[in-house]
Design a protein around this ligand. Structure first.
Ligand code: NCD
Length: 407
């Protein structure tokens, strides 16, 4: 593989305290030099003047639907969508059919990803067998097979006894839990368990002001809890959503403008340390139902950068530094994995973002198989224009270059 030289971009990695115009050289799958790099010969060169050069973005809350619902999304199509959106890595939820509750099913995802994925794929496993909320899965076996976190996303683990058992088991094998938030009561309960058992808990798709407050309070007490918010909950609200449009039906539902403001403040304050799309592809048939019967979920991989750049950063609501951390070092910390970084020796995962690119969201152009996007027709400014995974360019100006990049 040729070395890759990214010339003259704005290198921006707040976790490594990097903010300077310069060059980046990737040799093999690692970053070889950061700063001023001369061309020496046969490198592939990307001219990046006017672009942000960021650590490869990570989205740790993605539904890939394989196995079982490949008509909605596959590991191949979902990771192409990730590459198109600037994401070098996704962690995928276990609510497939059947749910990912055995080591064999974790391995199956890694095997398919090694052959067909455009970006890195890290599978999560279910907290309970069949996601039924009753019997805790075998975390030791699941972790050994490659699961990076446990989640029953789509469902809350309603029984506190089962959740206590799950947290104790997760602690024994040091497996992160990313829990499906379903109201402040559940957040309060799981903060209590995190305190009692002295283990970490990460709250997925936080959407209510009360939930943000509870997580902030727990962090103030020194508990290892973290929060995650989606681009749709950070940018949309119930009052502004068109009535009866199933593409705005999502779980948790869009909340009030007051909740949205609290969520943004939580992000600015570091209470919410992760932005994740909760990319939830559904078929046109699933959405063409009376509103209450339409399947909840929206896709997000291909709009996250435009939405957070255009709606959050540019409006002055949240600092650039904050959203970059929330899509790079923040999620890596939750999973306890190596963070992408613009540093010599770091993995060669990089995203290039054009902050001035004006574009109109057209779901028909998406790499995702699904079209259930609440941002359709919206004018956004800011777009991922290249995605590099382990030194390979997997997306350049909307074109997906290579598959099978990495597992
Ligand atoms: C998710 C899905 O479709 O898998 N949908 C969603 O609205 N977020 C699961 C879920 O959390 O209900």
């Amino acid at each position: 593989m040729k070395a890759l030289l990214i010339k003259g971009g704005r290198l921006f990695d707040p976790a490594s305290r990097v903010d300077a115009v310069g060059d980046l050289l990737i040799q093999g799958d690692r970053i070889a030099a950061v700063g001023s790099v001369e061309r020496v010969g046969e490198e592939q060169v990307i001219e990046a003047a006017g672009l942000f050069v960021l650590p490869g973005l990570m989205d740790i809350h993605v539904h890939l639907r394989e196995p079982g619902q490949e008509h909605k999304e596959t590991i191949a199509s979902g990771t192409r969508a990730a590459a198109a959106g600037g994401f070098a890595l996704v962690a995928c939820e276990p609510n497939t059919s059947p749910p990912r509750d055995t080591a064999a099913r974790v391995r199956e995802v890694l095997e398919i990803a090694a052959r067909r994925a455009a970006v890195r794929v890290l599978p999560k496993c279910a907290i309970t067998r069949g996601q039924q909320g009753e019997k805790v899965t075998d975390f030791a076996a699941l972790r050994a097979a490659g699961a990076v976190a446990a989640s029953d996303d789509g469902f809350a683990v309603a029984d506190a006894g089962v959740m206590r058992e799950a947290m104790a088991a997760a602690k024994r094998v040091r497996l992160p839990l990313t829990v499906h938030v379903d109201g402040p009561e559940m957040v309060e309960r799981d903060i209590g368990l995190a305190a009692e058992l002295d283990w970490r808990v990460h709250f997925s798709h936080v959407s209510l002001a009360e939930e943000v407050e509870l997580i902030a309070g727990a962090r103030d007490r020194g508990l290892r809890v973290s929060g995650e918010a989606t681009p749709h909950h950070l940018s949309l609200c119930a009052e502004e959503a068109p009535e009866g449009d199933a593409n705005f039906r999502v779980n948790p539902p869009l909340r009030s403008a007051r909740d949205r403001a609290a969520l943004r403040q939580g992000l600015a304050d570091g209470v919410i340390s992760v932005i994740a799309s909760d990319h939830a592809p559904h078929s046109a048939e699933d959405k063409a139902q009376p509103y209450d019967q339409a399947r909840p979920g929206v896709i997000g991989l291909e709009t996250t950068v435009g939405v957070i750049w255009g709606e959050l950063i540019r409006s002055g609501l949240v600092a650039l530094e904050t959203v970059v951390k929330a899509t790079t070092s923040g999620p890596a910390e939750v999973l306890g994995i190596e963070a992408p970084a613009l540093r010599e020796g770091a993995m060669g995962d990089v995203a290039l973002v054009d902050p001035e690119c004006d574009w109109v969201v057209d779901p028909e152009q998406f790499q995702s198989k699904a079209r259930n996007c609440p941002f359709a027709g919206r004018k956004l400014r800011g777009k991922a224009v290249a995605t590099i995974v382990g030194g390979r360019v997997v997306m350049r100006e909307d074109e997906i270059m290579e598959l099978g990049a990495a597992a």
